[in-house]
Design a protein around this ligand. Structure first.
Ligand code: FCB
Length: 446
C-alpha cells in the first residue's frame, strides 16, 4: 500500500504539528427531526438543486452513532477533530438555548477530551435556521445580531472546553454560491445579493468574535476561509488584469476586510447599485484581532479577459488531472497562495482546516484502494511543508473528510471521506488513505 512520506526534518513529521480530520453538521448529522429546519432542508426539496436528489435528513446518522464515530476518530491517532455546531439544533426560535441540542455538543466535546482529542468548533457551516432566512437571511442586517446572540450562547456553554472557535466556514461559499449564483442554499441570485450577504457575514464574524471572547481566555478564536488561487491563461496584460480581479473578487474580498479593514480594489469596479450596504464603523468591527486563520484549499482556477456576457473576468474549465468532482489537482497552488497571503497580510498562526479529494471509491472485500487520494494528500502535505520552509507559520492540517458525507449540491454522489460509508447499512470502513494517514501521524517524532 502507498505511504505518506515527508522529509524527516519537516515540521509536519514532528508531534508538535497538529493533524486532524474535519466534518460539518448538516453533512453528517442527520437527526432532522430533533432540530429546527435549516436552509439546506428547504433547498434540497426544490427541483434541480441536488444532483442525485438526496438530502441531509439522515446523512451519516452521526446523531445516533456519535460515540462509535468518536472511537473511529481516536483509532486514526489524530490530535484534533474539526466539526460544526448546527445553529438550528442549539437555538430555539425565541433566542433561548435548546438544552437537548447543546447537550449533544457538550457530550461530544467531553467524549473527544476523554479520548485525548482537541475540539475545533465551527459555529456556521452553512445551516442557517430557515426562520431566519424567512426574515431575509444574510440579506437582512438583523441576522448579524442573531448570529452574535447565537455565538454568545454557545460560547457561554462551551467556554474553554474547546481548543478553538471559528465563527464561519467559507464566507465565499455562503455569499457567492448561496446568494449570488444560487447553486447553494438558499438559492438566491444577483451581485447585489451576493455582496450584501458577504458584508453581513463578515460583520457577523466581527460581532461573533467579540461575543465569544467574553467567555473564553484560553480557547483560540478565528475564522475559516476558502481560497481558490487564480492563474492567468496567458501572460498577456489583459489576462493578468482579469486574473487579479478574479483573485480579489473570489479570495481577497473575504480576507482583506479581516486584516486591512477594507475591500480590495475590485470593489470600485462594481456599479454603485451592486455594492453592499456599509455603515460607519462596520470595518472596525470586522477586523478584530484573531488567534488563528483557517485556510481551506482544494483546487485552483485559470482566468482570461472577459468575454461577452462576463463582467470582470472569464473563468475557464478546470484543467486535468481532475478529481471525481471535476476539480484540478494542483498542489503548487496551495504553496503559492499561502505565500501570497503571508506577504499581503499580517497573518496569525495558520491551520489548513480542509484539504482533500473526491474519488470514485469502490468498496471491494471490505477494502477501498484509494491510491489516488493518498497521492493527493502526499502532494498537498508537501505543499504545506514547502510553505512552512518559506516562512509561513502553519500549525496544523485537517483532512476533509473524516468520512463520506452529504456533499451539498452533489448530494451523496461524491465521496470525500478517508472512511467509506455504506449509506444502506451505515457501516464505516477505513479506506487505504485513512490507514496511510494514521501510519504517518503515529510515526511522527517527538
Ligand atoms: C468545502 C466545504 C466542505 C466540503 C468541501 C468539499 O467547500 O467547506 O463542507 O463540502 O468543500
Amino acid at each position: 500500500m502507498q505511504k505518506l512520506t515527508l522529509p524527516d526534518n519537516s515540521k509536519l513529521s514532528k508531534k508538535r504539528f497538529l493533524f486532524g480530520v474535519a466534518t460539518s453538521s448538516y453533512q453528517i448529522e442527520g437527526g432532522v427531526h430533533s432540530r429546527l429546519p435549516c436552509i439546506w432542508d428547504t433547498f434540497c426539496k426544490k427541483e434541480n438543486t441536488i444532483i442525485d436528489k438526496t438530502n441531509g435528513d439522515i446523512a451519516c446518522e452521526h446523531i445516533q452513532r456519535w460515540e462509535q464515530d468518536l472511537d473511529l476518530i481516536a483509532s486514526l491517532c489524530v490530535d484534533a477533530y474539526r466539526f460544526s455546531i448546527a445553529w438550528p439544533r442549539v437555538m430555539n426560535k425565541d433566542g433561548s438555548i435548546n438544552e437537548t441540542g447543546i447537550g449533544f455538543y457538550e457530550a461530544l466535546i467531553e467524549g473527544l477530551t476523554e479520548r485525548g482529542i482537541k475540539s475545533f468548533v465551527t459555529l456556521y457551516h452553512w445551516d442557517l435556521p430557515q426562520h431566519i432566512e424567512d426574515s431575509g437571511g444574510w440579506l437582512n442586517r438583523n441576522t448579524v445580531f442573531r448570529f452574535a446572540e447565537y455565538a454568545n450562547a454557545v460560547a457561554s456553554r462551551l467556554g474553554n472546553s474547546v481548543e478553538s472557535y471559528a465563527t464561519f466556514n467559507e464566507p465565499f461559499c455562503s455569499a457567492f454560491l448561496g446568494y449570488e449564483i444560487g447553486v447553494h442554499a438558499p438559492g438566491k441570485k444577483g451581485v447585489k445579493n451576493g455582496r450584501t450577504a458577504a458584508h453581513h457575514i463578515l460583520l457577523a464574524h466581527g460581532y461573533g468574535m467579540k461575543a465569544i471572547r467574553t467567555h473564553t481566555q484560553k480557547a483560540k478564536v478565528g475564522i475559516v476561509v476558502n481560497v481558490t488561487p487564480c492563474y492567468p491563461r496567458s501572460n498577456s496584460n489583459e489576462d493578468e488584469i482579469a486574473t487579479t480581479r478574479a483573485n480579489e473578487y473570489i479570495n481577497h474580498w473575504y480576507i482583506k476586510p479581516l486584516f486591512d479593514g477594507c475591500y480590495p480594489d475590485v470593489f470600485n469596479l462594481l456599479d454603485e447599485s451592486e455594492r453592499p450596504p456599509i455603515e460607519d464603523g462596520d470595518f472596525a468591527v470586522i477586523c478584530q484581532p484573531m488567534d488563528f486563520i483557517g485556510i481551506n484549499y482544494y483546487t485552483r482556477l485559470t482566468y482570461s479577459a472577459p468575454l461577452e456576457g462576463d463582467t470582470l473576468y472569464h473563468e475557464h474549465e478546470a484543467n486535468p488531472p481532475k478529481t471525481d468532482i471535476g476539480w484540478e489537482v494542483y498542489p503548487q497552488a496551495l504553496t503559492d497562495i499561502l505565500l501570497e497571503l503571508n506577504n499581503a497580510y499580517d497573518l496569525p498562526p495558520v491551520y489548513i482546516t480542509e484539504n482533500g479529494a473526491a474519488m470514485a471509491d469502490k468498496l471491494i472485500n471490505n477494502k477501498v484502494d484509494d491510491a489516488d487520494r493518498i497521492s493527493y494528500f502526499q502532494g498537498h502535505l508537501m505543499a504545506v511543508h514547502n510553505a512552512i520552509e518559506s516562512g509561513v507559520d502553519i500549525r496544523g492540517y485537517f483532512a476533509w473528510s473524516l468520512m463520506d458525507n452529504f456533499e451539498w449540491a452533489e448530494g451523496l454522489s461524491k465521496r470525500f471521506g478517508i472512511i467509506y460509508v455504506d449509506y444502506n447499512t451505515q457501516v464505516r470502513t477505513l479506506k487505504n488513505s485513512a490507514i496511510a494517514y494514521r501510519t504517518f501521524i503515529s510515526n511522527r517524532a517527538e
